[in-house]
Design a binder for this molecule. Structure first.
Ligand code: FNR
Length: 182
């Protein structure tokens, strides 16, 4: 049976390296796996419980429904100050307030891209910490930390073939995890 994954992007930057990766993933997926993008985290308001008490923002509900309908989620994000970008954390905080909570028991993989050597590893572990509370089934391995990104991209394209092959391996591992819960 085919699988459908959705990507959640943690950068709003027009020329985001992480955005390039997120947009490249559909072409890297093995046969039988489709990947589409969730809406931009920039479309969500700043989390405020007063807003939630009035009515859940439609953009939050739409994102939650798309996650619930998917077989898995791939979060692609930069590391900011050794942690998760605020805009991504804001989206996770909103989504955590939807019932049923969309990340619960959801297979999920993390990818980080950075010009630095460590490839966003520290953000990955902060992200994992929040996802434990949300009861997501986060893929352990392979970990996709794409460092030294300047050598692997043009302004618009992921050019490094080893990185592409590695990302295909991670998507395959996420598919195996998703099948095991189907
Ligand atoms: C960064 N950057 C960064 N890189 C890293 O590896 N570890 C870090 O802690 C940080 N911290 C950080 C904070 C802030 C506020 C900014 C703006 C940037 C650099 C970051 O990896 C780089 O700008 C990436 O290109 C951002 O990802 P996108 O937007 O290209 O996807």
């Amino acid at each position: 049976t085919p699988l459908h994954f959705v990507t959640l992007l943690g950068s709003l930057r027009a020329h985001s390296l992480n955005g390039i990766v997120a947009r490249t993933l559909p072409s890297l997926a093995p046969p039988g796996i489709t990947i589409t993008s969730l809406g931009s985290v920039g479309d969500l308001p700043h989390y405020n419980q007063d807003l939630e008490d009035q009515a859940m923002p439609p953009a939050v509900l739409a994102m939650a429904e798309a996650i619930r309908a998917a077989d898995g989620v791939i979060i692609v994000t930069p590391e900011y100050n050794y942690s998760v970008p605020g805009v991504l954390k804001n989206a996770i905080d909103w989504l955590s307030r939807v019932t049923p909570q969309p990340f619960a028991k959801k297979p999920l993989a993390i990818q980080t891209v950075s010009p630095g050597a460590i490839g966003g590893a520290r953000a990955q572990y902060h992200l994992r910490q929040s996802l434990i509370f949300l009861d997501a089934f986060v893929l352990n391995k392979p970990e996709a930390m794409i460092g030294q990104a300047i050598t692997k991209f043009t302004e618009t394209t992921l050019t490094d073939e080893n990185t592409k092959a590695f990302l295909t391996r991670q998507i395959t591992a996420l598919a195996e995890l998703a099948y095991s819960f189907k």
